[in-house]
Design a protein around this ligand. Structure first.
Ligand SMILES: Cc1cc2nc3c(=O)[nH]c(=O)nc-3n(C[C@H](O)[C@H](O)[C@H](O)COP(=O)(O)OP(=O)(O)OC[C@H]3O[C@@H](n4cnc5c(N)ncnc54)[C@H](O)[C@@H]3O)c2cc1C
Length: 426
């Protein structure tokens, strides 16, 4: 399957838009943001609002990467690091980062509301159900950890969880009412519109081909015009190519994740299944996750060990999962299948880098970056402006034998699926 964004339900539900032009001349800019995903767009927007002359270049179209393809779940946690681990890793820099993660979902929905961004936002909450009775212990420890840091997490027991889900498949879990879901491609388009309205020069179909030092600043080469800049943010994340920045490309493994949308559910099904429309992603390592679209489909997804024959095998796998959890969905069929790269780092945590003077980048939201993109973009803008920044900067950590790891990364799924069957031990 080709990585075709146009197979997605998000594309179908997004209104037609006028793309930004291609860069076709040499340019001088104050700050260049490379990558038109949500992180790059947020950084460019916040830079422009602070009075900087920001230029954003996107190699394909706005939202073409993870930002336009994801499941749209707005989740205020990291994929694999709880507050205690953040404290021991980041020391004195931990508190601002923990608060940023804690507030990320609420901040995104507030931003969407205050700027009237049309992206089918539903702040209906995010629920992480426990996939075994033991894993409710994990939910409880996560709830306690976030409550200690002022987070909005609540523990639901099995009856309350079953009522929320319309299913007896899980065992209670952690609810965070600041979360929810959006159409991520529409959000990307709306943020690009806001950037342009705020004075950001946006160019699409303009890939950076090299970033080289020039005087006190940087020269960003593109096929039809180079840009001189004082500062650069490389916001290409899991889509970073080796040729442009090997330090980033080799510290992240782009794992192909597939997304599937069902046909719209009937009113009777919707009254029974997740009736208050929370975003759901459970405690499995190989997550079971679902959320409603504005036209009442469920969007779910998975990764696969082998790419061959992906579409029918995915449909069979996810039909089995959904019909197990929600028997009244049978017989289920899917209307849309698409995919995207999730940026996986060696320890499943994001990393933030200063690659040179006034040259910044990051890697690896590990499949949980949507809520974080807005504050992370804002914090990069602060850093570029020489102001206090909540991001804990670290050197890039290249993955040894990166080429080989890229090829075998999917086999980790076997391990994850086995671990999902094991008991949770605190
Ligand atoms: C299938 C899937 C499901 C997911 N589900 C969720 C979810 O439900 N909730 C959640 O929190 N997270 C989810 N994620 C993760 C989330 O999508 C990402 O963390 C987030 O979108 C990252 O945004 P970004 O702006 O950093 O990167 P991206 O959106 O990937 O943007 C990078 C951009 O850089 C561009 N680019 C690359 N090279 C160049 C170049 N040389 N020059 C110019 N431009 C370039 C690319 O075209 C791309 O548009 C999911 C990811 C995937 C793939």
């Amino acid at each position: 399957m080709k990585p075709d964004l146009h197979n997605s339900i998000w594309e179908q539900l997004a209104p037609a838009r006028q793309p930004a032009p291609k860069l076709q001349q040499a340019l001088s800019a104050d700050v260049v943001v490379i990558g038109g995903g949500l992180t790059g767009l947020s950084a460019a927007y916040h830079l422009a609002k602070s009075g900087r002359k920001a230029t954003l270049i996107e190699g394909r179209s706005i939202g073409w990467g993870g930002s336009g393809r994801n499941n749209g779940q707005v989740i205020p946690t990291l994929a694999a690091m709880e507050p205690a681990a953040m404290q021991s890793r980041y020391g004195e820099h931990a508190a601002p980062f923990i608060h940023m993660v804690r507030d990320s979902a609420g901040e995104l929905f507030d931003f969407i509301r205050s700027h009237k961004l049309a992206c089918d936002a539903e702040q209906s909450g995010w629920f992480q159900p426990a996939h075994s009775p033991d894993h409710l212990g994990l939910s409880e420890s996560r709830v306690n950890a976030w409550q200690t840091h002022g987070g909005a997490a609540e523990l639901l027991d099995k009856p309350a969880g079953d009522a929320l889900l319309g299913s007896a498949h899980w065992h209670g879990g952690m609810l965070n009412r600041t979360g929810g879901h959006i159409n991520p491609l529409k959000l990307s388009h709306e943020l690009a519109r806001l950037c342009a309205a705020s004075g950001v020069q946006v160019f699409e179909q303009t890939p950076a081909t090299a970033i080289t030092p020039k005087g006190d600043g940087w020269l960003i080469s593109t096929p039809e015009g180079d840009i001189s800049a004082n500062a650069v943010l490389l916001a290409t994340n899991a889509y970073t190519s080796d040729s442009i920045e090997p330090r980033i490309a080799r510290s992240v493994v782009p794992l192909t994740a597939y997304q599937l949308a069902t046909e719209p559910l009937s009113e009777a099904q919707r009254a029974e299944i997740i009736p208050a429309r929370e975003a759901i992603s459970d405690t499995r390592g190989d997550l079971w996750y679902f959320r409603y679209t504005s036209d009442h489909r469920l969007v779910t997804g998975a990764a696969l060990l082998l790419k061959a024959g992906a579409k029918p095998r995915l449909q069979a796998l996810l039909k089995r999962r959904l019909e197990t959890a929600f028997p009244s969905l049978a017989p289920l069929s899917f209307s849309h299948v698409w995919n995207g790269f999730v940026g996986i780092t060696a320890d499943f945590t994001p990393r933030f880098h200063e690659l040179g003077p006034n040259y910044y980048s990051f890697t690896g939201y590990n499949g949980r970056g949507l809520a974080l993109t807005l504050p992370i973009g804002r914090e990069f803008a602060s850093k570029i402006n020489g102001q206090p920044c909540a991001l804990p900067f670290e050197p890039p950590r290249e993955i040894p034998l990166h080429g080989l790891v890229k090829r075998v990364a999917r086999s980790r799924l076997i391990l994850t699926r086995l671990q999902d069957k094991q008991r949770y031990k605190p």
